[in-house]
Design a protein around this ligand. Structure first.
Ligand SMILES: [Zn+2]
Ligand SMILES: [Zn+2]
Length: 338
């Protein structure tokens, strides 16, 4: 039997014909990166290929010395006779699906993706292919997102209500992607917005990509106190019960994540409120994407793979779970990227 165009090795997803890995889990010669979240991009490989906006974020995350070659969205590159290109995944700024073509056979690796357009990243585009490797983070029929305009108006109302009570509003959002999306989406006329330093690490990359963001200085006990309960603080959930956060008392917390969906089977974190704002496709978004690619074969990875594969097989697709890649260190960590 021929080696498939892409297969999982102990270093992650590998293209033998092209001599490259996609989102490798260990150090490799040449790494093609879908996006800069830590469960997809790791330092230590000899060379990296990423879309230009993704390359800037990779360097902001892992250091300016990282050897990253930018490849603009839609542009093709030949690697040992295999044609590769990046296409927007709509997940975070610079996130890509990776198209791999060899002798007329086309595979697309989705990385993480979101079908709803958002102001903080490039818009998702379905890419025609024979085999589609799809993420499945929220691949259960219960996951159906509200339009983000509704979610942002809920966040704005919650912020206003906290202001009336004289309490600072703290939104937990992953430092790369979600934090900037929340910043771009809330109504900045309500009050001052302050950011955790981890989220500020990526601001220059967003500004360079001309994502319109309101002013958001670093959160300090002084500027939060001076705002007397009117401020919105955006910080990663890892600050829960840390001295950094406790200095902002009195405050109210909320978590912005797809896991906050009312029918989510995952345990809720201990926040006062939750907003189901996800950077991943919901069930309908995943199915619509699979149809739009025209793929006859679907390989599911990352999340509720079994449920998605079962549904696809019942509905006429050739589908399978991608043989397991090393899991992120723990499921908790996975939640943070959602
Ligand atoms: Zn991600
Ligand atoms: Zn991911």
């Amino acid at each position: 039997m021929n080696t498939p165009l892409l297969h999982v090795t102990e270093h992650g997803l590998y293209c033998e014909a092209g001599g490259f890995h996609i989102d490798p889990t260990r150090h490799v010669e040449r790494a093609l990166i879908t996006h800069a979240h830590a469960d997809h991009a790791r330092p230590g490989s000899r060379s990296y290929l990423a879309p230009p906006t993704g390359a800037v974020i990779l360097r902001a995350r892992y250091g300016q010395h990282l050897k990253v070659q930018p490849l603009p969205f839609g542009e093709q590159l030949n690697l040992n006779g295999v044609t590769v290109s990046f296409h927007p995944a709509g997940h975070i700024l610079g996130s890509a699906q990776i198209r791999v073509e060899h002798r007329g056979e086309v595979w697309v690796v989705s990385g993480d993706y979101k079908t709803e357009r958002d102001a903080a990243c490039e818009a998702f585009e379905p890419v025609p292919c024979h085999t589609f490797i799809t993420e499945s983070t929220f691949a259960l029929p219960v996951f159906k997102w509200q339009p983000q305009a509704e979610i942002f108006s809920e966040i704005n109302s919650w912020w206003l209500a906290n202001q009336s009570a004289g309490r600072t509003s703290v939104v937990f959002a992953y430092a790369l992607g979600k934090a900037q999306r929340v910043l771009a989406g809330v109504d900045a006329s309500i009050g001052p917005i302050f950011l955790h330093p981890d989220a500020r690490t990526y601001l220059a990359a967003y500004q360079a990509a001309r994502v319109p963001l309101p002013e958001a200085p670093g959160a300090t006990p002084e500027n939060v106190a001076a705002a007397r309960g009117r401020a919105l603080v955006i910080a990663p959930r890892s600050v829960t019960r840390t001295p950094w956060l406790e200095k902002f008392a009195p405050f109210t917390t909320a978590f912005a994540s797809g896991w906050m969906h009312p029918d989510s089977p995952m345990k809720r974190p201990g926040t006062d409120a939750g907003f189901a704002l996800s950077d991943h496709a919901d069930w309908d978004g995943i199915l619509a994407t699979i149809r739009a690619t025209g793929a006859e074969r679907v390989l599911a990875t990352h999340g509720f793979t079994g449920q998605l594969v079962r549904w696809l097989k019942l509905n006429g697709w050739d589908a399978a779970e991608l043989p397991s890649q090393p899991e992120p260190r723990d499921k908790k960590q996975m939640e943070l990227f959602a």
